[in-house]
Design a protein around this ligand. Structure first.
Ligand SMILES: *Cc1c(COP(=O)(O)O)cnc(C)c1O
Length: 368
């Protein structure tokens, strides 16, 4: 048996007719960039996220970058975020010449610890970027309260959490903006790059719509400098098809996560994901903490089981951030997670036999 970490071919086979006709439709009308499908997606996905506005952009990274541009981040500013995240979250801060201030995580959820966030606030803090890692929302009550107290905007990195909820409220609806990615492997993934920003603030939405088109208004007149970050219509057409299936796909992932929880519960060397009871986790990843993680990874690979390490090196220890002066040991929870976390295959179309094989292969590894 060969099990990929995620099987996009199987997903395509299940929705082929709908996707093919949606793409064909774009080829017929010819409005390839920011066309009618993009406008429809902006309305429908904002509605799904329970926010007033949605803005299609070129990637999740750009969604973060544009959000920071919209709040006016500039050299000398500080932006607080998690050290345990995909590089984009930290990279966009540096690209604007600002200083990323990395903080440690709650070891149980892998999400930013609000206590560390509060301790990191200074007079230069201009934004906080909580990351909803693996599909579970960060502790937004505490983070929102401290952001409000210090009058600092929140930009949510919801790239892995489209449709997740926290106390009944959707990812992307807590911050000034919510940032999403349509990278093909995300729960709502396109057939190429794409991204999305949600916001309840009309002025911010308006500014973001300008910034994604080089700041123009009207066309060819520039009172501000933006970037080129547009969503194309073929992506939007495919995403509109997939959006209809998203709730059922989330449920299928959750059922498979529960099955893993049960199958792996008696293996002492493995810790299955902890979910806060007020969170609806969408399991973008099913990530376990495993003893002898690197050997386990080799073992799984030798048995044709796709797995990945998200993420092997926290941001504060990345070479490009050396100048920030962090050192090993500064963020013990993230460093420990980086050494023990491994994400095993999970996708809506995965069969029970495939899950049994993964669980048995893990069990076999620790017996030998
Ligand atoms: C995928 C991802 C991004 C970036 O999205 P792209 O569309 O690849 O640019 C940012 N943050 C997190 C946490 C992600 O998982």
């Amino acid at each position: 048996m060969k099990i990929p970490p995620l099987d996009l071919k199987r997903q395509y086979a299940s929705i082929k007719d709908e996707i093919d006709s949606a793409i064909q439709n774009v080829l017929n009308h010819g409005g390839f960039v920011l066309g009618p499908e993009v406008k429809e997606l902006e309305i429908k996905l904002a509605e799904y996220c329970e926010t007033k506005n949605g803005i299609g952009v070129a990637s999740g990274t750009d969604a973060l970058l544009l959000s920071l541009m919209a709040v006016g981040i500039k050299p000398g500013d500080e932006v607080i975020t998690s050290t345990f995240t995909f590089f984009a979250t930290g990279g966009v801060i540096s690209r604007l010449g600002a200083r990323p201030v990395f903080v440690d995580i709650d070891p149980d959820t892998f999400n930013i610890d609000p206590v560390f966030v509060e301790n990191a606030v200074t007079s230069k803090t201009r934004a906080i970027i909580p990351v909803h890692l693996y599909g579970q929302i960060a502790e937004m009550d505490e983070i929102s309260a401290l952001a409000k107290k210090h009058d600092i905007p929140i930009i949510e990195d919801a790239a892995q959490a489209v449709g997740s909820t926290y106390k009944g409220k959707k990812a992307g609806s807590f911050g000034l903006t919510g940032c999403f990615s349509f990278y093909p492997t995300k729960n709502l993934g396109g057939y190429g790059d794409g991204g999305f920003i949600t916001t309840d603030d009309d002025e911010t939405a308006d500014l973001l719509r300008r910034l994604r088109l080089h700041g123009a208004r009207p066309k060819y007149f520039h009172a501000l400098v933006g970037i080129n970050s547009r969503l194309d219509s073929m992506q939007a057409a495919a995403l509109l098809v997939k959006l209809k299936h998203l709730p059922e796909w989330h449920e299928a992932r959750r059922a498979r996560a529960q099955y893993y929880d049960k199958m792996l519960s008696d293996i002492d060397q493995v810790k299955t994901p902890l979910v806060r009871d007020y969170n609806y986790h969408i399991y973008h990843q099913y990530t376990i903490l495993a003893e002898k993680r690197d050997e386990l990874r080799e073992h799984l690979k030798s048995r044709d089981i796709g797995c990945e390490i998200y993420y092997p090196l926290p941001m504060h220890l990345q070479e490009c951030f050396k100048n920030l002066g962090y050192k090993k040991g500064d963020m013990p929870a993230a460093e420990k997670a980086a050494g023990m976390a491994i994400s095993i295959p999970i996708f809506p179309e995965m069969s029970a036999e495939e899950q049994d094989y993964v669980a048995e292969t893990i069990r076999e590894f620790y017996k030998t």
